[in-house]
Design a protein around this ligand. Sequence first.
Ligand code: TYM
Length: 335
Amino acid sequence: TPRIFSGIQPSGGLTLGNYLGALKRFVEKQNEGIETIYCLVDLHAITVWQDPEKLRAQTREAAAGFIAAGIDPRRSILFNQSQVPGHAQLAWIFNCVARMGWMGRMTQWKDKTAGKNAEAESLGLFAYPSLMAADILLYHATHVPVGEDQKQHLELTRDIAAKFNHDYGVDFFPITEPVIEGAATRVMSLRDGSKKMSKSDPSDASRINLTDEADAISQKFRKAKTDPEPLPETLEGLKDRPEAKNLVNIYAALADMTTEAVIAEFGGKGFGTFKPALVDLAVAKLAPISGEMKRLMADPAEIDRTLGDGADRANAIASPILRQTYDIVGMIRSR
Ligand code: TYM
């Protein structure tokens, strides 16, 4: 039976990229009735410096974002990673299975250290994908919905599972399937169509935050960079137009339409027509989420209770898998 696991780092506010590439899909999977486990990966967040109070606030804000977007903490398991000790414990074992060379080849590691002194980065940042593999395999998850940028990390997760199974002569960890679907698996910056929309971009105008209200959403889309041409009549016409393509993909994902259908509707029309339609759609879909987030964040104790309850349920699944892993590896367990 399928079991879904995925995670988001609470290292800043959630963006439209996180929403369309991940969170919206998380809700769909939950609503299809599949077993779904969703994690705010606070241990991953501290691979780069996080102010402790801000980290706590961002973790609560992300939890509110999940619930506001439609995650039902009774139907899905929603928790923060550090409350289930098995993540860190299994990550250690995977640190001993994975090879340094595998980590060094990760494009995210290379991007994050480009032009910097890699020697000065944390050891945790280097080993980041090993903890990610532990997140997934601790639950024997079969499917992992993510945006395009996580594909390589999921391939590494498969490599770690396969090497563990091979080294110990077992068929224990599943080879997980990445689920990278939909029109917006890679949402780009609104200021630069060659850059990914990201919570860490210094320009707030480059992204839509899940906390943005109608005014901000509208302004950012109206000011979004485009070329002067009208939208093309065919999909191929978007090929060398990254900014136009990005806005069409965002529209499609928000409207649950295919990109083809959006082009069929708006092909030949200029941005003077398309952008206002996009603004109306985005405000209709996103403003209720930011409103609901604000309401939920007014009661942090309730959010903490929800995360604690999720952690208990996650731990009940994780504990026996961790115990079996220790047995396979040769650890003495006296209790
Ligand atoms: P993170 O926190 O960077 O992003 C969370 C999810 O959002 C997706 N995403 C995007 N999708 C489309 N367009 C974008 N511009 C965009 N930006 C982000 C990401 O692909 C991701 O699905 N390493 C992970 C967190 C993680 C994880 C895991 C994920 C830790 N353990 C286990 C899956 C399973 C990360 O940094 O995601």
